[in-house]
Design a protein around this ligand. Structure first.
Ligand code: SAM
Length: 258
């Protein structure tokens, strides 16, 4: 297709059939026939998704691409919606109870896409996204490497890393490598919104000691916070990246007692 790609929309095409089939396979769930694809572009992942799903609802912001896509899938159950994924009202899609989300997503909106689907009232059973490798690493990180991004995803879903896709597989090649991340939303979040607010306060200065950050941001006495850390077996020197989700939940409850 002689269409100029738009860099501002993250248009780096992935055409390797084996990789695309691996991504579609990771997205498949027994008994689930509907997938929402974010940013279908030229339809290469769409084609792989049709190997595992009966119905694809593809959301594409670029009018030219959205208009061309149906021509590549005659006879297939494909609905193309020419809209920004972030402003899309999911309820308007009339999705069945169980559906999956997949996409080789535009990297400039990775975080809002994840938040949109993890917080959706009618959330998908699985979300499989190809994204910048560095972001994928933050999402699946454990103790010592936690971030607000990683914790806020892991509170809502089981998050696992999929295959790495080297930059040279894309046309044009982006500046960084990519990696698949699989999110399986949990029936119930592991922490409350109040705990998430506390995590954000704790990470205001990520490299500094957490006890100092919390004293500054909560205006509570530092020695009292230090006592709570001791009671919870958290090192007084701990950085925000060291605490588990359980630590944060307990801390949120205990801080109320000061
Ligand atoms: N799925 C194709 C592939 O694997 O080759 C294209 C992936 S390309 C990295 C990202 C796609 O997302 C492009 O087609 C781009 O036009 C589309 N896109 C960018 N921003 C978007 C948005 N806000 N909402 C929906 N689609 C968007």
């Amino acid at each position: 297709m002689a269409l100029q790609n738009k860099k501002s929309l993250g248009q780096n095409w992935l055409k390797n059939r084996d990789i695309l089939l691996d991504i579609a396979d990771l997205a498949s769930v027994d008994g689930v026939s509907d997938v929402v694809e974010i940013g279908p572009g030229l339809g290469t992942l769409t084609s792989a998704l049709f190997q595992f799903f009966d119905k694809v609802t593809a959301i594409e912001i670029d009018e030219r691409l959205a208009a061309n896509l149906p021509k590549s899938f005659p006879g297939k159950d494909l609905t193309v919606i020419n809209q920004d994924i972030l402003s899309l009202d999911l309820e308007s899609l009339n999705l069945p109870e169980k559906y999956v989300v997949a996409g080789n997503i535009p990297y400039y909106i990775t975080s809002p896409i994840i938040q949109k689907f993890l917080h959706a009232e009618h959330s998908p059973v699985k979300i499989v996204l190809l994204m910048q490798k560095e972001v994928a690493e933050r999402l699946v990180a454990g103790p010592g490497d936690y971030s607000v991004l990683g914790l806020s995803a892991q509170i809502y879903a089981k998050v696992t890393a999929g295959p790495v896709v080297k930059r040279e597989f894309f046309t044009p090649p982006p500046k960084v490598d990519s990696q698949v991340v699989v999110f399986e939303p949990l029936a119930k979040p592991l922490a409350t919104e109040r705990t998430i607010s506390l995590i954000k306060l704790g990470f205001t200065a990520p490299r500094k000691k957490l006890v100092t950050n919390l004293a500054v941001t909560t205006h509570l006495p530092k020695d009292k916070i230090a006592q709570l850390f001791e009671a919870q077996n958290i090192s007084i020197d701990a950085r925000p990246a060291d605490l588990s989700i359980e630590d944060w939940c307990e801390l949120e409850k205990n801080l109320k007692s000061i």
